[in-house]
Design a protein around this ligand. Structure first.
Ligand SMILES: [Zn+2]
Length: 339
């Protein structure tokens, strides 16, 4: 089968497109004929280093993806359209038993610890396949698997977002940030966004952002206070890290919640603990999500409340171009790979 895979580390030279063996399905698994995947920041990380993530080469890239079930234990499943939950779990540890498989101590993520989704066929446990509603095409369904699932868990499971609360999303244009904007709007919240790109802010407004802030980090708190009558926001969604962390804490109302799922510009920010305890701020870390959360997300899509924007489509042969486009940071929405 045709696949895009890593043959080394360090730039696009490390990525090849060619033949790989079709995975053998074990009982309890589904073999999926892939139709689309999308590229994620972690694909760039795996391409360039993969440090700290146990894996072996060659390894097929791609974390999210959607397709059609080709083989399964039950014939009734064959032909169903599915998207995949990216983490494969042990099902036996304390966290799996507690209903939080996303915390599994043996979690193995497609495209990180094992062969990924940018291939004509992928094999996963049946529980990792979730049915795709008719409202979504394959690229949109693939797009949900990392960014939208992550944003969903951050907003609802972690921050326990309530209708009529105000959410601040840093760096809109990034995959999780954009997903958080859309989901929070669909939930009935007021959403403020930041970016240094006027074009991205303009597109964020078109997706429903109530206010858009283009300012250096140290000027953002004053802007946010002006937009909230001096109160601050209830929830912050961010994945930038050190570069904006201090500014972010100053944007929160007393008792406010900040959820981080990344540290693209610095992972050791000053903690400002006095502000954290006096104002009783809550800080959450989050990454990916559970199949139950993915089901809830798909239900909203089925109801027409959410549809991920796709920036551009590339073919599997154009994977290097797609990764470069992601790296440029010019995209708005997911970059799809049609398989
Ligand atoms: Zn487990």
């Amino acid at each position: 089968m045709k696949a895009a895979f890593l043959i080394g580390h360090g730039g696009n030279e490390a990525v090849a497109v060619g033949e790989q063996p079709i995975p053998q399905r074990n009982p309890g698994e589904i073999l999926v004929r892939m139709k689309a995947a999308t590229v994620n920041r972690v694909d760039l990380y795996m391409r360039d280093s993969g440090a700290g993530i146990t894996h072996s080469l060659p390894q097929i890239i791609g974390v999210d993806g959607a397709g059609v079930i080709e083989e399964a234990d039950s014939g009734a499943l064959v032909g169903r359209r599915v998207t995949r939950c990216p983490g494969i779990v042990c099902g036996a540890c304390e966290f799996c038993n507690r209903g939080e498989p996303v915390l599994c101590v043996k979690m193995s993520v497609l495209g990180e610890h094992r062969d990924g989704t940018m291939a004509e066929f992928v094999c996963v446990p049946a529980g990792n396949g979730l049915f795709v509603p008719d409202t979504l095409d394959f690229a949109q369904a693939a797009a949900l698997g990392v960014n939208y699932l992550t944003a969903w868990r951050m907003l609802f499971t972690k921050a326990k977002l309530q209708r009529d609360e105000t959410v601040l999303v840093f760096g809109v244009g990034g995959g999780v940030s954009l997903a958080a904007l859309q989901i929070a709007k669909a939930a009935g919240s007021r959403v403020l966004v930041t970016s240094r790109s006027a074009e991205k802010l303009d597109r964020a407004r078109k997706l429903g952002a109530d206010a858009a802030v283009d300012a250096p980090p140290d000027k953002i708190p004053a802007e946010i206070m002006a937009l909230t009558q001096g109160r601050g926001v209830d929830v912050i969604i961010e994945n930038i890290g050190g570069a904006i962390w201090n500014a972010a804490l100053k944007c929160l109302v007393r008792g406010g919640r900040i959820v981080t799922c990344g540290a693209t510009i610095g992972d050791q920010p000053p903690a400002d603990l006095r502000r954290v305890f006096i104002r009783q701020l809550q800080i959450f870390g989050s990454t990916l999500g559970n199949p139950t959360e993915f089901s809830d997300l798909l239900e909203w899509c089925a109801q027409g409340r959410l549809r991920p924007p796709i920036d551009l489509h590339f073919g599997l042969d154009e994977i290097r171009k797609a990764l470069s486009h992601l790296e440029s940071g010019k995209q708005f929405g997911k970059i799809a790979i049609d398989i």
